[in-house]
Write a protein that binds this ligand. Structure first.
Ligand SMILES: Cc1ncc(COP(=O)(O)O)c(C=O)c1O
Length: 208
């Protein structure tokens, strides 16, 4: 039994993990996929979505893996009946098609594409001199430090949008800790759009 599982059981707690980005994670050094929390804690509650790895953002479809425990099953059943009547039929057919070898190959190719985009973004921000203290892994966002520009994150984003036509998200959307010093860039856009955006961002930072 792993230590965190021991602690959870000792506290009589539930562990709820959102694994929406798990399949986009970097592989382990030996090439195997990063394991679900269920490998360590089979009693965990795991939520997932077709929104990221399968690229079905906005389809409003996901799933949960629940322990075989009537307290959880009944609670989630109550919640679920309040959340939906049912997912519509075309969405469900599309979700089933996600698990064919062809679809999985397509999704893996997209994961590789995100790695290439991540390189463009990390290198580009480094060139501009905006530090990415934690290299992104899994999701497709770089969270970088803009404090050397002398602007707070909100003003930085507002001015980057108005003056360079680059859309970024200020840190305050993600909590108080780095609300004014950090900014999030999504690299879900194409390589071309990212290169162009970084060029513009570089010129914007220089102009400050
Ligand atoms: C960590 C995380 N979990 C879940 C979701 C939501 O997925 P869905 O599109 O299924 O609502 C997102 C989407 O941004 C996310 O970032």
């Amino acid at each position: 039994m792993c230590a965190s599982l021991r602690r959870r059981v000792a506290r009589g707690a539930w562990r709820i993990v959102d694994e929406t980005y798990l399949d986009l994670d970097d592989r382990e050094p030996d090439g195997t996929e990063v394991k679900s929390v269920l490998a360590c804690d089979p009693g965990a509650i795991v939520c997932n979505s077709f929104s990221k790895f399968f690229g079905m953002t906005g389809w409003r479809l996901g799933w949960a893996i629940l322990p075989d425990d009537s307290t959880v099953l009944e609670a989630v059943d109550d919640l679920a009946t309040n959340y939906y009547l049912c997912a519509h039929t075309p969405t469900q057919h599309a979700a089933l098609a996600c698990f064919t070898p062809e679809s999985l190959a397509e999704c893996e190719a997209r994961r590789q594409e995100l790695l290439a985009r991540r390189r463009i973004v990390i290198d580009g921000l480094q060139r501009i001199g905006l530090p990415v203290e934690v290299e992104p892994n899994g999701a497709f966002y770089a969270y970088f430090n803009i404090s050397r520009t002398g602007l707070d994150a909100w003003t930085f984003c507002e001015r980057a949008l108005n003056e360079a036509h680059v859309a970024l998200t200020p840190g305050r959307d993600f909590g108080a800790a780095t609300a004014d010093t950090h900014v999030r860039l999504s690299y879900a856009a194409s390589r071309e759009a990212l290169s162009e955006g970084l060029e513009r961002l570089g010129r914007f930072v220089e102009s400050l």
